[in-house]
Design a protein around this ligand. Structure first.
Ligand SMILES: [Mn+2]
Length: 384
């Protein structure tokens, strides 16, 4: 039995205000290429399919295209919702789709039998536990005593364990932060304000393969080769400096797994560059592919006026500029040149720089973009 395991597509994600949809499309075309080459028995997609509960239309269209291609190739797909997905929307038409070999579970506690696949050694049962924080788990499972992510996971797994057929192999899809796994700063949204968001790997005893989603760095958990995060589809922040891929899992008749990573690469990389401003403009060929998404750290000791806009003439996708160390963080006042900035984001950045003498951090920028997106959407809704 052979699976491809992937997660954290985050379709519709933006990076520094730029849509990543064409990068996501490129990565998904590669993934479909692996499907064609490997002819797996199923594709497992472990949550955060979309970046938002209400995804943009072009993200929905891209998913539609990918699922239609998989369906036309006769590859069953098993999908669970992650913390970024809207459970109800993602599992739209789940019942009829199931008969088309597209198995989507949005809510935890949904009464659904495992997806059953067969090979020459017998059956493999694929179980689904979508993302569940304690509040959602209390509501969906009608259990008032669930107060931690650990208890929520246990409550979701209990009926699965109880109904698990003996003598067959079992696979589990789950979207969770498993204790002992490594998060990437700035990559994953925190699941809980209190910080206690992990579940124990011991919860997964008895499953022959655990297809996890949530953490963006590919990794096995706690030395268990069969408990795996495949990592995200694409680099979604500058700290995600790991190679991306999809996992090919070959399961033998006893449930033993041999796992291989098949690479996924967008057309552009997401990376950091450190140099002096003049070097960057004079010798662009020394700094790699010019249309990569860049975070630039300038070694200049004094502030370079309009640095980001001037750099963008050579490197169109510079998303942030910061300084290694400035002699004086103060910058001079605004000028007529500022009239060139026009988007609300750019205006705010310019204002922020004026007031604080430094650029917005990347994380601040992401928050601001979300706020501006929400405001724009609300405005649109009011206009409708
Ligand atoms: Mn997640």
């Amino acid at each position: 039995m052979r699976f491809l395991h992937t997660a954290d597509w985050h379709l519709g994600r933006k990076l520094g205000g730029q849509s990543l949809l064409s990068e996501q499309r490129t990565a998904l075309e590669q993934l479909l290429g692996h499907v064609r080459d490997q002819r797996p028995d199923a594709l497992l997609l472990s949550g955060d399919v979309y970046d938002r509960a209400v995804p943009p239309p072009d993200a929905v269209a891209l998913l539609d295209e990918v699922l239609s291609t998989l369906h036309s190739q006769g590859v069953p797909v098993v999908i669970i919702a992650g913390n970024h997905d809207g459970a109800e929307r993602l599992s739209f038409l789940r019942d009829p789709l199931r008969h088309q070999q597209v198995h989507v579970t949005g809510w935890p506690g949904t009464d659904s039998p495992p997806v059953i696949l067969r090979d020459e050694h017998g059956e493999v049962h694929i179980h689904s536990v979508p993302f569940a924080d304690p509040v959602v788990a209390r509501w969906r499972l009608q259990q008032d005593d669930l107060s931690s992510f650990e208890e929520a996971m246990e409550a979701c797994l209990a009926p699965i364990r109880a109904a698990r057929s003996p003598g067959v192999r079992h696979v589990l899809l789950a979207h969770a932060h498993v204790a002992g796994a490594t998060a990437t700063p700035g990559a994953e949204r925190r699941l809980s304000a209190s910080g206690n968001e992990t579940v124990n790997a011991g919860a997964f005893d008895g499953f022959d393969y655990v297809a996890l989603g949530h953490l963006h760095a590919p990794q096995e958990v706690g030395g268990h080769t069969h408990i795996r995060y495949p990592g995200s589809l694409y680099k979604y922040c500058f700290d995600e400096d790991h190679d991306k891929g999809v996992l090919l899992v070959e399961m033998d008749g006893a449930g033993g797994c041999r796992i291989e990573t098949l690479p996924l690469r967008g057309a552009r990389d997401v990376r950091r560059v450190e140099a002096e401003f003049d070097e960057l403009l004079a010798f662009p060929e020394e700094f790699g592919q010019m249309d990569d998404f860049l975070s630039v750290t300038l070694r200049d000791r004094t502030h370079v006026r309009d640095a980001i806009y001037r750099l963008r003439e050579k490197y169109p996708n510079v998303l942030e500029v910061q300084y290694l160390e400035l002699d004086s963080p103060r910058i001079s006042g605004s000028s007529a040149r500022d009239a060139r900035v026009h988007t609300p984001l750019e205006l705010f950045e310019s204002f922020y720089q004026e007031v604080h003498g430094q650029m917005l951090t990347f994380e601040d920028r992401v928050v601001l973009e979300d706020l501006l997106d929400d405001a724009a959407r609300r405005e649109q809704e009011v206009n409708l």
